[in-house]
Design a protein around this ligand. Sequence first.
Ligand code: MSP
Length: 654
Amino acid sequence: MGRTVYFTTPIYYVNAEPHIGHLYTTVLVDTLKRFHTLMGDEVYFLTGTDEHGEKIAQVAQKQGIAVETLTHQVTETFRNTWRQIGLCNDDFIHTTEPRHKEYVQQVLKRVYDAGDIYFDEYTGLYCVGCERYLTQTELKDGKCPDHQTVPKELKESNYFFKMGKYQQALIDHIERNPTWIRPERFCNEVRSFLRQPLDDLCISRPKSRLTWGIELPFDENYVTYVWFDALLNYVSALKQTSDGRDIHDHYWPGCNHVIAKDILKTHAIYWPTMLMSANILPPKPLFNQIDVHGYWLSGESKMSKSLGNVVRPMTFDQQFGIENLRYFFMREMKFGQDANFTYELFVERYNADLANGLGNLLSRVASIAKRSLDGKIPEVTGFTEAEAPVITAATEACQQYPTEFENRRFHLAIESIRKLLAAADGYVNECQPWRLAKEEDKRDDLARVLYTGLEVVRIAAILLSPVMPKTCQGILDYLGERRQLSGDVLFADLTAWGGLTPGHNLGDVPRTFPRIDDKKLKSVLKAAEDQAAKKVAKDDNNTGKMVTIDDVDKVDLRVGVILKAEMVEGADKLIRLAVDLNEDRPRQVFAGIRSAYPEPQGLVGTQVIVVANLKPRKMKFGVSEGMVLAASGGTDRLCLATFDGDLHPGDRVS
Ligand code: MSP
């Protein structure tokens, strides 16, 4: 029996639907699972979604929907996307599940009891995009380099985890296990970060500003910081699987996290120190392996919803097929480095390697076999000098491929298959089976050449099967390879030269990997451009569109004075205001500002700007007769617009 390996992807935030960046990591882990299974290892594969935190709460607020609705919808989209694509994850965890919440509270309690949590006041620069405090040295021109936003200064009393206490233990660990983080340059990045004193970690958020999180077991006025919550999914999902099993002790020692470089610090620093404090380190190896990949860029720039250049997995599937994208992913990205995704590059790679490479070899030899050998795999008595380079290339590919996979050099693993196919192609060109087929006395030669070509296809399909599982299974079925790729048969036996079964009826020549022509590429490019243009037009409607002074004049803005401000029963976002506009009676206005003004009475006497000619709106709680203006810089930075001098109710604002 082989090794026991536990692979994880990051759990994705539910502030956005899956795009091909998320797809890459998840497909990579899917491929790793299939590869290890082929090698006879026992593998468990976990993915899921990260549902708590400020970022998610903000998005729900912006969209005007309950945060539970948003998280449920997006989590289901992730789950269904992976299912439709046919990924082989063993479980899917999301962080609002009871099994996870309970475990997070247990661990918090343990860390608290160990004396590793204290209460303090803190001022820091918080990036909501990263969901963490940034240090001055991490900023570029005062902004978060990943999100290009100015972090906000936060000052509040919170709970802190004594992360600094574990700095030396972490440094020692890295020195003892230099391959813990791969590729090496990411390990060096962590090493150099640890040369500075390691700050403690703020692990709570006061409920007065954020309720969307797991309550601290030792203070009901606080929720858990989203990263302290999210990282624990890697263990909570093993402690209790979706179908109720505890598989922790079996898999935890073999844990292998796969992440992109954006979340290296949280995985290489927060996570192991949390594990040390809670005393839940995997016994051996001491810590879990971390594999770090680069970013997929879109034509050299970041993929972003606002640029309209994100590619959705299911859209791509309809256009060109996910399996072909999986090949591109593995071949094109050098693990650890950024890579460029464009449709043009994809089509180029597909046509060169799959249409002209594997597809062409298969259709060439299979169609001659169909015409000249009754569509059967021929019997061959032996091989000659002519086949020697092909057989050598096959042996080399079968050795190189697993080694490169183990070392996370996926592009070289694929390259080893390409070399084998190139050797076979050269061989077929030289032997010219189409000519042999016309000569009666060359039947043996013809049989040998076609067998060799088909055998290369069989071996290539086995090697490629973790990357393109459905396509390769189709090819293997066609070739009559019935052995399971599940480790029951040794990889060496499966890939040993001569595995084809003579006499197998091949049937119709499969049309694998048809060439993608320019017309198809152009139509997809046009659709992508239209999508980006639509996105820009939509943004212009919201922000960039010019209005005339007449348009502005249509809005009757008045000074209003708040006379009464109270909570609205059954509406946790609203405040009911009575606003004096110097009319017969005060106006009733419902304002969605409760999160920023938890004690509404304090608003009485405030002068605000009211849209006085807004059509009255009937709401569940009464009629709203206007709108007060406010600005939002995030859930906690919502502010009413007021005046810096005294005015009279009803004064016109212009
Ligand atoms: N919720 C946290 C992770 C918590 S894990 C305990 C988070 N979520 S995320 O939705 O932002 O996902 C980040 C991850 O998505 C990256 O680490 C990477 O795996 C994947 N990717 C997102 N965009 C990507 C690219 N453009 N390119 C490659 N991977 C990308 O961080």
